[in-house]
Write a protein that binds this ligand. Sequence first.
Ligand SMILES: C[S@@+](CC[C@H](N)C(=O)[O-])C[C@H]1O[C@@H](n2cnc3c(N)ncnc32)[C@H](O)[C@@H]1O
Length: 256
Amino acid sequence: METGFVSLVGAGPFGPDLLTLKALRRLQEADVILYDALVAESTRALFPHGTLAVSVGKRCGRHAMAQAEINRLLIRLARRGRRVVRLKGGDPYVFGRGGEEALALARAGIPFEVVPGVSSVAAVGALAGIPLTHRGLSQSAQIIQGHELDQTTDWSALARFAGTLVVLMGVGAVQEIAARLVAHGAEAARQIALVETAPDLQLHRSTSTLGEVAVHGLARRTAGPGIIYIGAVVGLARELAALGLEASSQLARSLP
Ligand SMILES: C[S@@+](CC[C@H](N)C(=O)[O-])C[C@H]1O[C@@H](n2cnc3c(N)ncnc32)[C@H](O)[C@@H]1O
């Protein structure tokens, strides 16, 4: 039997609006789709009727299937000649473990491709009025995870970082992150925003300062995923809001 093919596909951060045409084509051609929890229901509605679709996804530590098991399943299905789509939220190579799956497939001699997706890192900020870079405000961005705040994190370097700090998987640790940054010398007046996506895909943005959040925290408004943006670019969102000219139709009205 001929070996199948695996596509590691990014679904973008929301529903199908930000799905690429190539991703859609791969979904339409697939024999099997293995998808993550972050893939929106409205995107899952595009899976063709009759295509086997399996949720293997994890969300904040709740694993439906261990990574090694997912790798083995991808290899097994491809060896049975299946066209497999491994569908992930955002982009597969941004905190998506796509690289690990690519390595496992390559080691097993399985042909595969990566179909990049729109990452939440830029898209969520953009829709909330927060650019990653902005002339005169921030010339660089650093992306970190806030899920495991371990000893290896160089908090002094992060506190000194003059660009935009983007924290994924950090909603539950926002107060701790702010406190550590301030304790390591970051300005208490530095701006911080939490942008969350509610289950109805509306965005909610809360803004504050590091000093405030270090003491009082920053309340969540939804049960959905969220990204923390830290830096002067957060001020642009406030400026746009004050002018009443925000671009996003996805942004909930209850701002800032
Ligand atoms: C495991 S990472 C996956 C990131 C994904 N590969 C990407 O490129 O967007 C999951 C984290 O991404 C962020 N995230 C992904 N989609 C999001 C969305 N629609 N709204 C807010 N945050 C999102 C959250 O910080 C979430 O905890």
